[in-house]
Design a binder for this molecule. Structure first.
Ligand code: ADP
Length: 503
């Protein structure tokens, strides 16, 4: 059966085949030929010799059968004629769909003849469809539009397939202003292309060799108000004396292609961003690893070379420095692991009932072990702070990062304060305050972004990952963080965490 589904397949096959366009004079003699929008050079025989091989033998036969000016008078009266021409070759048989339209240039009425190779469609399918059905199908469904515009800008031919493309009939379309069909930005494109043709029109004549097709994309507004994309392939055309007659164009709906391109561009952009993030991870991690690794390496060398000459205290210091360096490496790895896990939605939240005071003291002790100048953190915990439902591991990450920043961005001689006090009912407030370099106002909104470092902190060590880790860990606790900072006074980070169910 000839169903709507195989109609559709048939039409797409027809549209994908080659297209030969030919303009004739009033007697039906070919004046110029274009293959897939490109002008063919030389006399008629030369033109044919430039066609792909299967087309050449087909055209020889079609010419013998005087295919172009069949029923010229009927066509002149305004009818569109279409016929499937069968060309029997030595090896196989070709099928060509020949369409003839009347076309006025100057005072003459010639023809616009289009020939499509439809041999790809199996004979059985054609028989099944019946040639009448095929003619209707092509006339009704072919979505390519041919358009011919005179040098004055007047449209002298528009194929009926414009209705499929725009929803308007040829008459409706020609009576509307261009602004109702093409949005302003695309009108600019059309105007620019048309202006580029002006010097050619003024010169009046060009040779075929000078004809260059121009391809451009424009938006258009359909009758149902939807906006779609079209690709226009335009080219000037000439008569037998090389006089420019106007411009012909082939218009095709490319909205789906544009949508696919856009989707590809977005996913490409996403890929680029991912690869940038990856390379920032690598450069941050390798940069942050360099100093601790060289500390470990130099201490190992010291111990290897002078182990029998060194006193106890120096040996102890060498081990201590190496231990701190290893811990600092582990911290960087912790940050990267947390950001990575959270990005994949795999950061685990395992709350348990904890004594908040004890937990804070453990964090402070851990920080003291890590610092070259220990005991710079003043911890104050209000008496009425009891237990809370907290994920101990994530809690450590939150306050190790905040305290590390407070120590890192302030003078080694200055202490930082870590105070814990009750907040609104059911909440505990944690405040980490320092008198350090502060954060410039213009950087404040970005400090939680991974890898972001404020403009005044470049001289200090850091990866730009600490506050991103704090944010991720807090989110799982349903907690919040606030910051007040002034480059003249220092910074105060306040964290608010719900006590949760402590039963
Ligand atoms: P980093 O490893 O660079 O410290 P963070 O994510 O922890 O990364 O912090 C982001 C940026 O915010 C830091 O580079 C720094 O510019 C700024 N910052 C964070 N905490 C402080 C603070 N207590 N004092 C001054 N600047 C800070």
């Amino acid at each position: 059966m000839f169903t709507p589904e195989n109609q559709h397949a048939l039409i797409s096959e027809i549209q994908d085949s080659g297209l030969l366009t030919c303009y004739t004079d009033k007697t039906g003699l070919p004046v110029s030929l274009y293959f897939n929008g490109t002008a063919l050079e030389g006399g008629f025989a030369d033109c044919l010799s430039q066609l792909p091989a299967p087309w050449q033998s087909a055209m020889d036969q079609l010419m013998d059968e005087n295919f172009i000016n069949v029923n010229l008078d009927a066509i002149r009266q305004g009818r569109l004629e279409e016929a499937v021409e069968v060309v029997v070759g030595q090896e196989n048989t070709g099928l060509f769909l020949v369409s003839r339209f009347p076309l006025s240039h100057g005072s003459e009425t010639g023809l616009l003849v289009t020939i499509r190779d439809i041999s790809g469609i199996s004979e059985s399918r054609l028989k099944l469809s019946g040639s009448n059905v095929l003619f209707d199908l092509v006339a009704d469904n072919m979505s390519d539009v041919f358009c011919v515009v005179g040098t004055s800008g007047k449209v002298s031919f528009l194929s009926p397939s414009i209705c499929e493309l725009t929803g308007y009939t040829v008459e409706e379309l020609l009576s509307r202003p261009l602004t109702g069909i093409i949005p302003p930005d695309s009108i600019e494109v059309v105007t620019r292309i048309w202006e580029e043709y002006q010097p050619l029109f003024e010169s009046g004549k060009i040779s075929k060799a000078e004809i260059r097709p121009v391809c451009f994309e424009v938006k258009f507004i359909r009758k149902d108000k939807s906006v779609r994309w079209a690709e226009v392939s335009s080219s000037p055309f000439i008569d037998s004396d090389n006089n420019i007659q106007g411009v012909h164009g082939m218009i095709r709906d490319i909205t789906e292609r544009k949508t696919r391109q856009e989707a590809m561009r977005t996913s490409l952009q996403h890929e680029i961003e991912l690869s940038q993030v990856k390379s920032r991870y690598i450069s941050t991690v390798s940069h942050e690893f360099r100093t601790p690794l060289s500390i470990i390496y130099s201490n190992l060398q010291l111990l290897e070379k002078y182990r029998f000459e060194l006193d106890e205290e120096t040996i102890h210091d060498a081990f201590e420095l190496s231990r701190m360096a290893v811990k600092s490496l582990l911290r960087v790895l912790d940050k990267v692991t947390i950001i990575d896990a959270s990005g994949k939605g795999k950061l685990e939240f395992k709350p348990s009932i904890c004594n908040v005071h004890e937990l804070c003291q453990e964090v402070v002790d851990e920080m003291n072990e890590m610092e070259l100048v220990p005991n710079r953190i003043d911890l104050t915990v209000a008496n009425d702070i009891g237990n809370a439902s907290i994920d101990e591991n994530l809690f450590r990450h939150i306050f190790i990062n905040l305290l590390q920043n407070a120590l890192n961005y302030s003078d080694k001689k200055q202490n930082v304060s870590f105070s814990v006090y009750p907040g609104e009912k059911g909440f505990i407030n944690f405040k980490v305050a320092d008198k350090g370099i502060g954060i410039p106002p213009q950087d404040m909104q970005f400090i939680y972004d991974p890898f972001y470092r404020a403009s005044n902190s470049r001289h200090a060590k850091g990866s730009g990952l600490g506050l991103a880790v704090v944010k991720e860990c807090l989110q799982l606790h349903n907690g919040e963080i606030f910051v007040e900072s002034d480059p003249l006074k220092g910074s105060i980070f306040t964290v608010v965490i719900p006590v949760g169910n402590t039963e």
